[in-house]
Design a protein around this ligand. Structure first.
Ligand SMILES: Cc1cc2nc3c(=O)[nH]c(=O)nc-3n(C[C@H](O)[C@H](O)[C@H](O)COP(=O)(O)O)c2cc1C
Length: 154
């Protein structure tokens, strides 16, 4: 089974908690999983061989959190072409802002531009609607797991 790389960007910790929750669930489902801490990201460029899951909140005016921004620029500048990479993004945001889940959208579009395969549509979790974003992310992961299982069967 392919390994899952799990990357998060956060300001206040909610996206980290969601990523940790998803990581635990991936372990429970039997996936080899690596949860990348922001300070480790400098050593990580995605490849076609693994799955990639991204969990990211939005700050400023539709901006990426500072702890994931250098990695975003690095991936953007690396000239990668990843036609077999299967990725999916969970965005945390607040619909009272103009650029709802703007950072999640940026990540989702970046990997689409690199030729990667979007396994599921961007999940947008709205802080106006829930105080427990992990409870929305877990059913999404179940869908992701079903898609990954179907993929592995091919
Ligand atoms: C200063 C500030 C700016 C924000 N800007 C946006 C924004 O532009 N778009 C959006 O959807 N949410 C925005 N949010 C909401 C956060 O993304 C949301 O509360 C999220 O759950 C925070 O997750 P975190 O704890 O992982 O940082 C903003 C929050 C703060 C405090």
């Amino acid at each position: 089974m392919k390994r899952v790389n799990l990357v998060f960007g956060t300001v206040y910790g909610s996206a980290q908690y969601v990523a940790e929750t998803l990581g635990n669930e991936l372990n429970r489902l039997g996936y080899a999983m690596r949860l990348w801490q922001p300070e480790e990201l400098d050593g990580f460029l995605p490849t076609d061989n693994d799955y990639l899951l991204l969990v990211c909140s939005t700050t400023g005016q539709g901006d990426l959190p500072e702890n994931i921004l250098p990695w975003f620029y690095k991936v953007q500048a690396a000239g990668l072409y990843l036609p077999h990479l299967r990725y999916a993004v969970v965005g945390l945001g607040d619909s009272s802002y103009d650029n709802f889940c703007g950072a999640g959208i940026q990540l989702d579009e970046l990997f689409a531009e690199l030729g990667a395969i979007r396994v599921l549509p961007l999940l947008k979790i709205d802080a106006m609607e829930t105080m427990e974003p992990e409870l929305e992310a877990l059913p999404w992961l179940t869908q992701w797991h079903q898609a990954a299982t179907a993929d592995a069967g091919n």
